[in-house]
Design a protein around this ligand. Sequence first.
Ligand code: GLC
Ligand code: CA
Length: 541
Amino acid sequence: MKNDWWKQSVVYQIYPKSFLDSNHDGIGDLKGIIQKLDYIKLLGVDVIWLCPVYESPQVDNGYDISDYYQISKLYGSMDDMDTLIKESKARGIKIMVDLVVNHTSDQHPWFIESRKSKDNPYRDYYIWSDQPNDLTSNFGGSAWSYDEKTKQYYLHFYSEQQPDLNWENPDMRRAIYKMMNFWIEKGIGGFRMDVIDLIGKEPDKKIKENGPKLHDYLKEMNEYTFGPANLITVGETWGATPEIGHLYTDAGRKELNMVFQFEHMNLDKQPGKHRWDLKKLDLIDLKDVLSKWQDSFSEDGWNSLFWNNHDLPRIVSRWGNDREYRELSAKMLATLLHGMKGTPFIYQGEELGMTNTNFESIDDYPDIETQNMYKDRLATGFSKEEIMQSIHMKARDNARTPMQWNSSENAGFSTIQPWMKVNTNYRKVNVEQSLVDPDSVFFHYQKLIALRKEKDILIKGRYELVDHDNTQVYAYKRIMDDQELLIVCNFYETPADLHYSEGTKEEDIGILISNYPDSPRALDHLLLRPYEAVVYEFNKR
Ligand code: GLC
Ligand code: CA
């Protein structure tokens, strides 16, 4: 296997709680995933990113881990995990696990020990202080909580039940590496590293992200764990710029393969404010940001490509059109992303064009982040309507509703009421329906993935933006040696023009994929229909 196999891969993300419930308790589980491996294989992906399935009190849906070596009973057993790894492998699919090591649960034995006394051997596994400063938690409120027992404050950048680990402590680091090696020996294919840009924190200096020792820790981690194993590694880095992205991903630095950067995902919020403070996306901004990341990584380092994950609303509702153009716009967004250079990630249900929710009650949004925000904003004078509007647009729970398998009750996810409400459109939007319709969003994704395997230019070709100032069409080229692709995407529901005069004859222009059956080839004056997206290939004579 080639060292950079992950450059040719496409990753499918599974949120286990909402994928498939095999034992009828309303919660998705590992056996449910195993049952659907053939479905995932049909899509054509190479890697599954599995969100946390470890022992956890589930305050933050498993991102609060109380035992890194155990599978939560909610999801099954270690035998199920071994079976999942084995059965995936038999289908040529690797399992990338979630690595949550910025913090643990407050129920982790390390923290239970740590809070017992100031001289406990585990005291320094976490961060304690006599005096809190004004650092805030990403889930609202102070990042410090007072602990009665030893009369000090501990740090938590997320909920009170997610105390931050102290990466300055070499014993703690060694314990983490040991745990990582346990999973590597089990045969996993890689790690997705949760909020990894926080591990270099220096709370006294109010440094949260991108602390001075962050990259030393990652180099050390690489050396002691996955470095020699040829795995896929992706860091979640909300605060990365392209310069910072290179520190993580330039090959010679021996840190990670790629990071999730979120600059494009922040374009529809008011600058300097929170993502709940909505703003319309400007297509030119999107071109600028994505092109910057494409251009910056044309030589060294590597990009990840994504629109969705379990923390983001559904892209078709966000920047597409989830009403009359749901399928066309879902395919357009997929084409735009999968034509770019990098490793694409697909989040469960994205391949069906699953949409945001519109539940009326805050009680139908269990996520701790949303619940906290709702209370905070009510207290500071926002109206319920305003808050619910933000939730419908941006809440993480939009992505966390059960996967829609068929039109039977609970969308075929479970025979009982699921842990979270099913999206009301499941009778129309579901897997069964997608698989009988050759024009479905699913088959468009399947084709995009297959094209990556056929056309090396999609992996290696250089990116070049076309017609920057066009406010409606996002167009770019991929270039490799004497080959060239042109990707054009009408981002809106009104028809749009693109002038692209290469003087190429129509018979020399092939269409690799399109979301209309009869896309035009007259490139000197292209007229694109609503959300039309085409990948053109120029046949060299
Ligand atoms: C990451 C996860 C998110 C979680 C947070 C704290 O951002 O993706 O779901 O709440 O880290 O672990
Ligand atoms: Ca279950």
